[in-house]
Design a protein around this ligand. Structure first.
Ligand code: UDP
Length: 330
């Protein structure tokens, strides 16, 4: 449910056509906000907003956030009340393919979005990431941990652009008084994730439904903690109205190994696919699990959808995308 104080507000969502951004736009519109979605469709697609295009409260601007100016940000909706800055190339497959674009949207794009917030005295929420912790030496990761990122490795284009974005948000807070709120989002999953973008949940589910081997990278002992998209959206909406600069971790503390995830996927799909081991990518973090004490205290937020339920919902969606017939019961 959207905070009533966002009803009628003009909310600018950068990256609003992506997997997470489109779910966020839908929730904001349902709560009565007027929404401007800014997206260059480099990894998302406006088709993700199909259910909302007829809503007069929605404006869609197809542009790179690094080229965004104030007049375009305002458009017919006028002064901006809240900026939710999600635009980023979040999947390893995409940011490795588009390293310069990733750096530009994370740096110039973040500065442009902050300029809009500064000009209109808007709340600015940065969708940062657990990747700021890099290959963490402590687990679970609290916000006070400064991270262990390889600044010249292949993942650095994403990790460092988010670290830059956090630095920029806090600099604008100090120097220009911008009302910022930083959330560090851990692995999120759900319907509308790209089936070909390499992320582990849609990849395993698509492989399972197609009867292909599940490609576990390395020995599969590395861990991740997966949060269902609806829970992450609720946290973003809560941060949009909170009097809290953060950073605040947003994630589901249920940690599991990638081998365990593969087993869960086989079980939820009923697939007989085998599990194979392939090369582990460079700098793949060994452990990732959020400490969400601060989110509980400051946002009154905790995840509500457990992995079994969230995986089942996502599995159904993936099956529909690849047109696998519903298996007979019994
Ligand atoms: N992974 C895997 N098989 C795949 C894709 C990913 O075992 O086909 C692993 C990957 O090595 C990582 C984890 O799953 O340890 C999560 O990868 P993802 O790309 O989804 O997100 P990340 O957390 O690395 O950004």
């Amino acid at each position: 449910m959207t905070d009533p104080s966002l009803s009628g507000a003009h909310v600018l969502v950068t990256g609003g056509a992506g997997f997470l951004g489109s779910a966020l736009c839908e929730t904001l519109l349902a709560g009565g906000a007027r929404v401007t979605c800014v997206d260059d469709e480099s990894t998302g697609t406006v088709a993700n907003l199909a259910s909302a295009v007829a809503d007069p409260g929605l404006r869609v601007v197809v542009t790179d956030v690094a080229d965004l100016d104030l007049a375009t940000a305002r458009g017919d909706h006028g002064r901006v009340d809240v900026v939710l800055h999600l635009a980023a190339t979040a999947s390893p497959v995409h940011y490795l393919r588009m390293p310069e674009h990733t750096l530009r949207s994370g740096s110039a794009g973040t500065l442009r979005a902050l300029e809009v917030a500064a000009a209109d005295d808007a709340r600015f929420v940065l969708a940062s990431t657990s990747e700021v912790y890099g290959d963490a030496e402590v687990s679970p990761q609290p916000e006070a941990y400064w991270g262990n990122v390889n600044p010249i490795g292949p993942r650095a284009v994403y990790d460092e652009s988010k670290r830059f974005s956090e630095a920029a948000a806090f600099a604008f807070r100090r120097s220009r008084g911008v009302d910022v709120g930083v959330v560090r989002i851990f692995n999120t999953y759900g319907p509308r994730m790209g089936l070909d973008d390499g992320r582990v949940v849609p990849t395993f589910l698509a492989q399972a439904w197609r009867g292909e081997p599940l490609t576990v990278q390395g020995d599969g002992a590395q861990t991740r903690s997966f949060c269902y998209v609806d829970d992450t959206v609720r946290a973003l909406v809560a941060m949009a109205t909170a009097d809290e600069p953060g950073p605040v971790n947003v994630g589901n503390p249920h940690e599991l190994t990638m081998l365990e995830l593969a087993e869960r996927v086989l079980s939820v799909t009923g697939s007989r696919s085998e599990i194979v081991h392939v090369d582990l990518p460079q700098d793949d973090p060994a452990r990732r699990c959020p400490d969400i004490s601060r989110a509980r205290e400051t946002l009154g937020w905790k995840p509500e959808v457990d992995l079994e339920d969230g995986l089942a919902r996502t599995a159904t969606w993936v099956r529909d995308q690849i047109s696998v017939p519903v298996p007979p019961r019994g």
